[in-house]
Design a protein around this ligand. Structure first.
Ligand code: AOF
Ligand code: ZN
Length: 365
């Protein structure tokens, strides 16, 4: 039963995806005599915590009931008062928690307070699932650096476009729809200026239910070569654009971009390019908890080499494009020996239409 109710709490939590960043997705279910008498989830950043939403939805008295919650209840005064106080006051007798809160302000103290007040606490139910759901939050709250997912889409022979840079579309509708869900879930989307020059993308979320909530578009452009008539410069009413550049950029061009409402970050350079470690540090300071990296190949390699990529989602379409000059997802300098390759751990595959998507986590070299 614990697993069934925790699964429900996790699926409620997931509804907050893309709305709660940089806070966690949290869901909660209150159960009495095997019946759900209340449930809720953290709906938006700054809103009620899941536990309070569940308590506010009660259809029966909570005395003697069990609360299931996907994250340890908080014990700190943040934007809202501590949830443990409300739980203790309610008369709930048992709390089942999926994972401890990695937030140093809480981490263990929520559970300790509940126990001190005579509430039975069980932890670790569907812990792995809860940790995966909140992988962005876990990295960001413990390091202040954004979690970075590198997404690529290629043909079976490893090409992201033809030799003439035609890329629309290699993957199927189902795959592209999933990418739009990812764009909704992540706070920012990052590409190199070459991708803007070649594809002139909009980089917005195009799923009707999420319309209007777009990630910040980050363009890595060490010399500010971005054309003033590109979509990410012209169309800024729905999504913010940030250009990451270096001192080599023309100050007049920077000013023109700023006058158009674009934020320009002048960052240290490394090997004549934007220092990506400095960039993610700045993004973290700005409250950006996640980056969806959509390439191209030069930026992808630099990002992997800089150690800023946590996870990969590689879509593979059942097509063969060929061509020595056709681009692939990760280019750059590349490693010289296979023994120096970057390893991918915990690989799993998913199917989207006729495409395959491989997901994995970048490991230590
Ligand atoms: C949430 N939603 O449902 C729970 C959270 O910024 P605050 O005051 O809303 O507090 C955020 C912290 O509260 C968060 O980092 C986590 O440690 C804890 N629990 N947060 O946003 C929730 N239960
Ligand atoms: Zn709370």
């Amino acid at each position: 039963m614990d697993i069934i109710f925790m699964k429900r709490a996790l699926s409620l939590a997931e509804k907050g995806a893309g709305f709660v960043n940089p806070n966690p997705m949290v869901g909660s279910v209150i159960v009495k005599n095997s019946n759900i008498i209340g449930e809720g989830y953290h709906k938006f950043f700054g809103g009620n915590h899941a536990e309070i939403e569940a308590l506010n939805s009660l259809t029966d008295t909570p005395e003697g009931s069990t609360m299931y919650v996907t994250l340890e209840p908080c014990s700190h005064h943040g934007k809202t008062p501590p949830c443990v106080n409300a739980i203790i006051k309610s008369g709930i007798k048992k709390v089942v928690v999926a994972m401890l809160d990695p937030n140093p302000l809480v981490s263990g103290s929520g559970i300790k307070i509940l126990k001190e007040n005579g509430i039975k606490v069980v932890t670790g139910i569907l812990e792995e699932e809860a940790k995966k759901l909140n992988e962005i939050f876990i990295k960001y709250i413990t390091t202040k650096l954004p979690f970075c997912l590198m997404k690529s889409a290629m043909s079976l022979d490893g090409k992201i476009a033809t030799k003439f840079s035609d890329s629309k579309w290699i993957t199927c509708n189902e795959s592209r729809e999933y990418v739009h869900k990812l764009r909704h879930k992540y706070s920012s989307i990052m590409v190199g200026v070459n991708t803007v020059l070649v594809d002139n993308p909009l980089l917005t979320v195009r799923i009707p239910e999420f319309k209007g909530l777009n990630p910040i578009r980050i363009i890595v452009d060490s010399r500010c070569r971005i054309p003033l008539d590109s979509n990410v410069v012209k169309k800024i009413s729905h999504a913010k654009t940030l250009i990451a550049t270096t001192k080599k950029a023309d100050t007049k061009k920077i000013k023109t971009l700023e006058d158009k409402g674009i934020e320009v970050l002048i960052l240290p350079s490394k090997d004549k390019r934007v220092d990506l470690n400095a960039l993610v540090e700045r993004l973290g300071q700005m409250g950006i908890d996640s980056v969806l990296l959509e390439g191209g190949g030069t930026l992808n390699y630099s990002a992997i080499e800089a150690g800023i990529v946590d996870k990969v989602n590689c879509f593979i379409a059942p097509k063969i494009i060929g061509g020595t000059l056709a681009k692939s997802p990760v280019e750059g300098k590349g490693v010289s020996l296979v023994k120096n390759a970057f390893l991918v751990n915990n690989m799993v595959t998913y199917k989207f239409g006729n495409d395959i998507m491989i997901e994995g986590y970048i490991g230590q070299r």
